[in-house]
Design a binder for this molecule. Structure first.
Ligand code: NAP
Length: 211
């Protein structure tokens, strides 16, 4: 798939490198003159390239949003037309004061993203763990893969994202429509509270077990 990344920091770079390594055509969006995170991401793989934001998005089938949540409106609103029909993978998390929900749990960040780009096919994914697990999701001694929960309203878009989730190394689990994004964001807050604030290992992940 042709994939563009907006945001190439901890999350964007980790996913871009893994998707590039699994054979996707990955382009990193240039959003300013000089970006240390973009340069660092490019240095990680010879096959990663950078293009100006409009070109990167215009040429992509799937666009990853992996920038700070506070930058969402400024990034997404001007791209609304360019994103029409494209899969927009929202990796962002709205985090407020005291590790509360950044939109006061009134609506999810992903629903805000969808409202800013109404014709994009938004899927919330790759958001529930720290970047350490996006860099390396392998847990060889367990015999199961960590689960990656994702949600969105477009069935076809979610099928594409499920394949990317598997390519990165997680078990994909579709948890429903975009209305579920608020619950994923709370799940992320739980993880952040346990790990970043609570001192548990950043390699803490969830697994989906069934019988
Ligand atoms: N860190 C985690 O463990 C983690 C895990 C899951 C989800 N998330 C979510 O993923 C998102 C990215 O987190 P991160 O840790 O990767 O952040 P990060 O390391 O700080 O990287 C942020 C990236 O966004 C770019 N950026 C900043 N402002 C921008 C703007 N106005 N327009 C376009 N690009 C902009 C930065 O570029 P410059 O370097 O040039 O400023 C950088 O490439 C956040 O929403 C976060 O909540 C984080």
């Amino acid at each position: 798939m042709k994939i563009a990344f907006i945001g190439t920091g901890h999350v964007g770079a980790a996913l871009a490198v893994r998707l590039d390594a699994s054979g996707h055509d990955v382009v990193l969006a240039q959003t300013k003159e000089a970006s240390a995170s973009l340069a660092a991401a490019l240095a990680r793989s010879k096959s990663l390239t950078a293009r100006p934001l409009a070109d990167a998005v215009g040429g992509a089938e799937i666009v990853f949003l992996a920038a700070p949540f506070s930058a969402t409106e400024g990034i997404v609103k001007p791209l609304a037309a360019a994103l029409a029909g494209k899969v927009l993978v929202d990796c962002t998390n709205p985090v407020g004061p005291g590790l509360s929900h950044g939109l006061k749990s009134e609506r999810s960040g992903s629903e805000l993203v969808q409202s800013l780009a109404p014709a994009a096919r938004v899927v919330k994914a790759f958001s529930i763990y720290g970047f350490e697990n996006l860099e390396d999701p392998s847990y060889p001694s367990y015999g199961v893969k960590p689960v990656m929960l994702f949600c969105g309203d477009d069935r076809d878009a979610k099928a594409h994202v499920a394949r990317l989730v598997a390519d990165v190394g997680f078990e994909p689990l579709d948890v429903g429509g975009l209305v579920q994004a608020l619950h994923l964001e709370h799940m992320t807050l739980l993880w952040i509270r346990m790990v970043r604030a609570g001192g548990q290992s950043p390699t803490l992940v969830w697994a989906a077990l069934r019988r």
